[in-house]
Structure formats: structure tokens, C-alpha cells
Design a protein around this ligand. Structure first.
Ligand code: PMP
Ligand code: GLU
Length: 388
């Protein structure tokens, strides 16, 4: 009854574990969940007010498929201000979250058998969507010892005549690593002379704690032409449930194609979300962003310190995002079994590294309050001591 395409698709493990933890909590179990990739903060008031104003102003009808012009202007202004990228409104489309942007992009560009290079560890969704669209995933393995970043040589070795796309996530989910401008320039040089698309997922841009964030498309004219910039507001202004993401590309034909696809599937994204998103993009929420960032830095520092005190575990300090990708190789060679047992014995939910294509690690989200982080890591320490 079901298609082959849908049968090969796995459910999002990050969502599955988060849902399981919520269910166990609702049953009265003392669960500490570090699985969700979601800020624990509320959406800033200025954004909520913009949504309420939008309802009262009757912004409740269908909108253009790619979003209100005023929204796409706001995205263009943001990309110029923050990323030094020039895009016109017809080079931008608003989607139902960045996950939807990725879906539309892959659906519009990946033919059967096309190869998509994805550095591992990767965010869970990329390989599943590539497979769904008939493409072949080509992984480049990275490790904590190399800062979880691909080298130009690794990229060169992975490219074949079938390579269609490279997916880059900076800052990374799950590792928090950030590519420097120089590293992006070097990656760009490898791609010169090819027609490989770069899907640059910049979702965690605002959560940069060390160094400077650089957009892939900003590093050279060649990279600007080949890159599709993907971003959203889920993480930067705690809008996960509102469903707002966008993509921008120099290639207007590509944006037009995804618009056509969207016109026959979801149509425009929620009209109220669009008006609220403007307040998340135009600087009105900058103080809230700064407050959340400060809290994430404090939590990161504490979590890294406590985790590295555990005999048998190690973690590199992430430069961005809100995850620790913890090395468990000394104590376990099966991250799924480790995560299941940890949940069972200590009621702590983390995501196994294997979900991100990297065995020997787990992901802990520190987007939760500091006391929960301290208690959770204490339980992890007890658990590790018990299996050593
Ligand atoms: N990209 C990355 C790297 C993510 O971690 C996520 C998870 N939220 C997304 C994209 C998708 O976010 P959303 O669909 O909520 O915009
Ligand atoms: N991206 C978040 C995460 O990695 C949310 C879950 C999901 O969309 O898969 O946990």
C-alpha cells in the first residue's frame, strides 16, 4: 500500500525521543530530557504582540505563496545587515520552518541517483530527505579530534560526476562547530568549475559564542551563485512551534520552482506567523536574543566543565548552537544501547550519536535550565560509573 520512498524514510529520532520523554514525564516519571533541539525560553513579547496585531488587522487570508512582500523585504534587509548578502525579494521564499525549506529544495533539485555530500555527524533530517527524493547520500566522516569539520581534501575526494549538492551546517547541529571564513573560502575553491549546489543551513547563526559567523554565500562571487541560504527563527527567537523558515538563492529559477511546488502543496505559510516573523527579523527582538545567548553561554560552560569531569567521557566546547556532542567511546561502542539504558536506569533522555551518523557519541541539548543540567549530568556520571 505504501510507496518505496516513504518506506525507506525513518521517523525523526530527535522528535521521537523528545516525545517519548514527554510521555514518560506525563506518566509521573522523574525524567530529565536533554533531547529536544528547542529553546526553553518563551517567544519574545514583541513577536507575540506583532502576531496579535496581525490578527486584529485581519491578516488572516491567503497570502502570496512565497510570503507577503513586506516579509520578504524584511528577510532581504536582515540578510544584508547580518550576513552581507544581497538578495532581492524574488530570490527569497518563506517556508513552514527550515525543514520545509530543505524539503522543497531537495525535491526541486535532486534527481534519482544524484549524490548529495553530507558531513557526518549531521542533523538527522538531511539524509532522510535526500533518500526520499531518490538521491544517494555520500557521507564525509568527521571526528572530535578534527573539530568535526571537513577538509577541502576530503571534499575533493567525495566529489564525483554525479555530485549534485553539498550540505553544510554552520554552526552545526549536533556538534556546535563553526566554519571560519578561511575554511569556507577553501571549500568554495574545491567547488569552482563544478555546478554543485551548496545548501547552507544557518539555523544557529545567532547562537555563535566563539569566533565570527560567516555565511557560505558571502565568501566569494562563485559561492554566492551556487549557495542556497537556509535559515529561520525557531532557535534564535524561540519560535519552534510557529513554523517559519526561509531560503534565499541567487538563482531565481530555483526559487520559482520551489514556489511552484509550494503552491501545489502547502501554499503560503501561516499569515499571522509571517507578520510575527518580521518582528523577529528586524532587530526588535535583539535584546531578547542577547539575553538568551548569555544564558546559553553560561549553561554551555557549566555543562562542558561537568561533563569533562566524568571519567570515561569527553566533549569539546561547542562554538555555537546549544548541544554537546559527547564522546563515549571509552565506555560504550553502542550509542543507542547507551541512550536506552541511561533513560531506563537514570531517567535521562539524550539522543544517541548513531542518529546523527556518528557512533560513539551522544547529543545533550543544553537549552534547559542550569539546575536541570547539573542534576542530569550528575545522573550521567552515576550511570557511567556503574557501567565502567
Ligand atoms: N536545521 C537545523 C540544523 C536544525 O537543527 C533544525 C531543527 N530545528 C532545522 C534546520 C529545522 O528547524 P525548523 O524547521 O524548526 O525551522
Ligand atoms: N532540529 C531539532 C533537533 O535536532 C528539532 C527536532 C527535529 O526537527 O528533528 O532536535
Amino acid at each position: 500500500m505504501l510507496t518505496k520512498r516513504v518506506n525507506i524514510l525513518s521517523e525523526s529520532i530527535t522528535i521521537a525521543i523528545t516525545t517519548l520523554a514527554q510521555e514518560l514525564k506525563a506518566q509521573g516519571k522523574d525524567i530529565l530530557s536533554f533531547s529536544a533541539g528547542e529553546p526553553d525560553f518563551g517567544t519574545p513579547q514583541v513577536i507575540k504582540d506583532a502576531a496579535i496585531a496581525a490578527i486584529n488587522a485581519e491578516c488572516t487570508k491567503y497570502t502570496p505563496v512565497d510570503g507577503y512582500p513586506i516579509l520578504r523585504e524584511a528577510i532581504a534587509t536582515k540578510l544584508k545587515r547580518d550576513n552581507n548578502l544581497t538578495y532581492a525579494p524574488n530570490q527569497i521564499i518563506a517556508n513552514n520552518g527550515a525543514k520545509h525549506s530543505l524539503f522543497n529544495l531537495f525535491a526541486a533539485t535532486i534527481e534519482d541517483g544524484a549524490e548529495v555530500i553530507i558531513p557526518a555527524p549531521y542533523w538527522v533530517t538531511y539524509p532522510e530527505l535526500v533518500k526520499y527524493c531518490g538521491g544517494k547520500v555520500v557521507e564525509i566522516e568527521t571526528h572530535d579530534t578534527d573539530g568535526f569539520k571537513i577538509t577541502p581534501q576530503q571534499l575533493q575526494n567525495a566529489i564525483t560526476s554525479k555530485t549534485k549538492m553539498l550540505v553544510l551546517t554552520t554552526p552545526s547541529n549536533p556538534t556546535g562547530c563553526i566554519y571560519t571564513k578561511e575554511e569556507l573560502v577553501a571549500i568554495g575553491k574545491v567547488l569552482e568549475g563544478t555546478d554543485i549546489i551548496v545548501a547552507s543551513d544557518e539555523m544557529y547563526e545567532k547562537l555563535t559564542y566563539e569566533g565570527t559567523f560567516t555565511s557560505c554565500a558571502a565568501v566569494s562571487k562563485d559561492m554566492y551563485q551556487r549557495t542556497v541560504t537556509i535559515n529561520g527563527l525557531s532557535k534564535s527567537v524561540a519560535m519552534t512551534g510557529w513554523r517559519f523558515g526561509y531560503m534565499a538563492a541567487a538563482n531565481t529559477e530555483l526559487i520559482k520552482a520551489t514556489k511552484k511546488l509550494q503552491s501545489q502543496s502547502t501554499s503560503n505559510i501561516n499569515s499571522i506567523t509571517q507578520m510575527a516573523a518580521i518582528a523577529g527579523l528586524d532587530g526588535s527582538a535583539d535584546e531578547d536574543i542577547a539575553m538568551m545567548k548569555e544564558a546559553f553561554i553560561e549553561r554551555r560552560n557549566e555543562a562542558v566543565k561537568l561533563m569533562n569531569e566524568i571519567d570515561g567521557l569527553s566533549v569539546i566546547k561547542p562554538d555555537g548552537a546549544f548541544y554537546l556532542f559527547v564522546n563515549i567511546k571509552e565506555v560504550s561502542s553502542d550509542s543507542l544501547a547507551f541512550a536506552k539504558d541511561l533513560l531506563d536506569k537514570k531517567q535521562v533522555a539524550v539522543v544517541p550519536g548513531i542518529a546523527f551518523g556518528s557512533e560513539g557519541y551522544f547529543r545533550l541539548s543544553f537549552a534547559t535550565d542550569i539546575n536541570t543540567i547539573r542534576e542530569g549530568i550528575k545522573r550521567i556520571a552515576d550511570y557511567v560509573a556503574s557501567i565502567k
